[in-house]
Design a protein around this ligand. Sequence first.
Ligand code: FES
Ligand code: FES
Length: 192
Amino acid sequence: MTEQVPISLVVNGRRVQREVEPRRLLVDFLREDLGLVGTHIGCEHGVCGTCTVLRNGESIRSCITLAVQVDGQELLTVEGLAQDGKLHPIQEAFWEKQGLQCGYCTPGMLLRAKEILEESPRPTREQVREGIASQLCRCTGYQFIIDAIMDAAERMHEQGPDLVAAAQLAASQEQGPDLVAAAKLAAPQQES
Ligand code: FES
Ligand code: FES
């Protein structure tokens, strides 16, 4: 029988404990073991970015990461962006600015956009263009994607504390699911 290794991590704010083969890819773990099929598989070589997820807030390629490498850490997949049935501002902006066509690259785009906007809450168009270059899109020509990320920056600035980030922060600190308290926790980290 193949050796199984226990792992424990937080995925989209929820604690997950499983046993996996040491060679199990993270993208397969997410899609097949957890049913989170929003994380797409493209090149399988770490090039296209469609399998991007956030690990402790930083983007990683889940097709070249092993599930055992995220033991004890915190992941955000595209399924964790919307909260209480309400789209994340980045999702709203992609929707309204038509930042997608086939949508295959979109989960990775959204998560990379989130990382870009957390690093630079008021980015220049050039910064967004450079930042999103890590994600390949075959359909859009990128103009509408960049428009959407610029628009998302405005929305997030107007909305204040990022409840997704706050909830993740709270989960990692073993706090309850109180998003209001979590937002207060996150508030000092926001740029004005
Ligand atoms: S499928 Fe992972 S980078 Fe392309
Ligand atoms: S929208 Fe089709 S690959 Fe990007």
